[in-house]
Design a protein around this ligand. Structure first.
Ligand code: 1PR
Length: 562
């Protein structure tokens, strides 16, 4: 291990990814969770990372007594780096938590992205955005530790320091250097620097090699000169802001379970049936979870999702195999990782009840950035409607979202088509489908299921996703049992329906068989991200093949060429 990096830990979110990234770069990490910890006085490089809610973060910082030591550290002239809410903490406050006060280095307040801007852009901003290239008026990016406006960085936030003339004047007057980004039509601060303070709104530890470079340069205190690009490269890599500024996000998904011999394998079903159709009817084995995650990371996956598909069985936490998978994968895959399956209240082997919030916390501390909730989301939505469209604060969606932020809560939906003669036959929202069934019926609603399709409920996708958004979910992973494993493309009618129902991002899933399906998912379904599983596992296409195709079709993807 090399030199030591000190990281302030106010128990507000996942620090494992950052720790992994710093260790990967050859440093030792010391977490400082008490302001009186003498370690803090020894710090030569200090990182202030924040995830989740602004108030939760800054209130913890203050109540744990960090304000003075952080101020003293900054006065000493030694380098400090804030990340995400850690950047936001340098401001005086945020609309997210009006009662809370920030460190106040900059007397400006953060506000929420405008959902009505730019053709109803999704909020939170989740994905890979870029820094607006320098113009005569903006400062030199040479002072931002190699920040490169032709690379992409991972942003996940609903609140930002939105820029306007007054804010910019104030920043200039305070000698702050600003790297701007644009989401929709709103310009906001992507990074700031002044003397020994540097902070990023994006997550460098989740921004693949481009992000690791920034951390490394900060730790080494070097500002390498920014890459030069040819005109062709600029056209290829530059942001055209056609998708609110984000690249098209490609997610690789691993359905994980134990096979009959007790090995943990990545499997893949057809309409959720994961057993071979002949012979011993073994569970299909498509590889090992950690190796496949690494492979897809190297192929350019923008995110990796792990689903424990047998979580409906008794799943005592002590045996939860996904914790180890995640710990290992997070050591070398520096893109966002989602884990799902079994995010619910659990009765452990000794009879103790472990709350879903605590289960999620274990996953976050193992390196997950988001958890996905399936079965319990259906229960929560049913309860929400029976209470007259109100949450009672106890569902896993609400508790996890409150503690870790909406962006950390994904809802995994497992619907199937139900045809009816007329919409009056159901209370759930119907659409007129272009694909009639064998009886010639064209009205369809999408029925939510539980436990990986084993039980169905009288609740439609439209109703489910709206309830979950209201309860605090940040994203929807939209599967489709009819399409799963079919290689016939996404159910675009379903994706469109979900897009119209909510403002949070929608991930299209189930049915991708070739790169064109992804294009259709984005352009016809208007999905915010597209997920593939079987076609990657069977090596019919790599993630990079999909990206190359999308580029040829004029869609922006994250390539990070240099
Ligand atoms: O209910 O919160 O414990 O979560 C259980 C999780 O496990 C849910 O996310 C549910 O979707 C998932 N799950 C349960 N059973 C299965 C199964 O396949 N038997 N997998 C299952 C769902 C769907 C996608 C799949 C896409 C893409 N798999 O994850 O990867 O359909 O596949 P394709 O590209 O090959 O078509 P809880």
């Amino acid at each position: 291990m090399g030199a030591v990096v000190h990281v302030i830990d106010v128990k507000s979110g996942n620090l494992q990814s950052l720790t992994n990234a710093i260790e990967f770069l050859g440093y030792e990490v010391k977490l400082v969770s008490e302001a009186t910890d003498p370690e803090l006085l020894k710090a030569e490089r200090l990182i202030l990372p924040g995830v989740g809610n602004y108030g939760h973060f800054v209130d913890n910082l203050f109540s744990k007594g960090f304000k003075d030591p952080v101020n003293q550290y900054i006065k000493s002239g030694k380098p400090i780096m804030g990340i995400c809410v850690g950047l936001q903490a340098f401001f005086s406050g945020s609309e997210e938590s009006p009662e809370s006060t920030g460190l106040g280095f900059i007397d400006l307040k953060l506000s929420k992205f405008n959902e009505n801007d730019d053709n109803n852009k999704p909020v939170p901003e989740i994905g890979w955005n870029s820094i607006i290239p320098n113009d005569l008026d903006s400062p030199d990016l040479d002072l931002f530790y190699g920040l490169d406006s032709f690379k992409r960085y991972y942003f996940v936030h609903s609140y930002a320091m939105i820029l306007n003339d007054t804010a910019e004047q104030k920043l200039r007057a305070g000698n702050w250097k600003v790297a701007k980004a644009k989401y929709g039509t709103e310009e906001f601060i992507a990074a700031i620097s002044k003397d020994n303070i540097f902070a990023t709104q994006f997550h460098p530890e989740k921004s693949s090699t481009a992000g690791l470079e920034i951390i490394n340069n900060f730790l080494k205190q070097t500002h390498p000169s920014v890459n030069t690009y040819s005109v062709e490269e600029k056209t290829l890599l530059g942001n055209d802001y056609s998708n609110h500024g984000l690249t098209r996000r490609i997610i690789a998904c691993l359905d994980v379970r134990t096979n009959d011999r007790g090995d943990l394998v990545v499997t893949k079903g057809d309409q959720y049936d994961v057993r071979e159709s002949n012979g011993e009817k073994d569970v299909r084995n498509l590889g090992k979870p950690v190796q496949l995650a690494q492979k897809y990371y190297e192929q350019g996956a923008d995110e990796v999702t792990f689903l424990n598909i047998t979580s409906f069985r008794d799943c005592p936490l002590k045996d939860a195999p996904m914790l180890d998978v995640l710990k290992l994968a997070a050591k070398t895959c520096f893109v966002p990782l989602t884990v799902g399956g079994g995010i619910k209240d659990i009765v452990d082997t000794d009879g103790t009840v472990i709350q879903a919030l605590e289960v999620a916390g274990l996953y976050f501390r193992s390196g997950a950035d988001k958890v996905s909730i399936g079965t319990d989301a259906v229960y929560a939505a049913e309860k929400y409607y029976s209470a007259g469209c109100k949450g009672d604060g106890t569902s896993p969606i609400e508790t996890i979202s409150k503690a870790y932020g909406a962006q950390a809560v994904v809802i995994s939906v497992d619907p199937k088509r139900v045809y009816v003669n007329d919409p009056s036959e159901t209370k759930n929202k119907c659409i007129k489908s272009k694909f009639p069934n064998e009886k010639g019926q064209t009205w369809v609603w999408y029925q939510c299921t539980l436990k990986g399709g084993r039980e169905s409920r009288d609740l439609g996708v439209w109703e489910l996703v709206r309830a979950c958004e209201a309860l605090g979910a940040g994203e929807i992973l939209l599967n489709c049992i009819d399409k799963d494993g079919s290689n016939s493309g996404y159910d675009l009618e379903l994706v469109n329906l979900a897009k119209q129902a909510v403002n949070i991002p929608i991930i299209a899933s189930s049915g991708a068989g070739n790169p064109k399906d992804f294009k259709d998912g984005f352009e016809i379904g208007h999905a915010d991200a597209c997920l593939g599983a079987g076609m990657f596992h069977r090596e019919e296409y790599t993630v990079n093949d999909v990206k190359e195709y999308l580029i040829q079709q004029g869609l922006k993807v994250r390539m990070n060429k240099k």
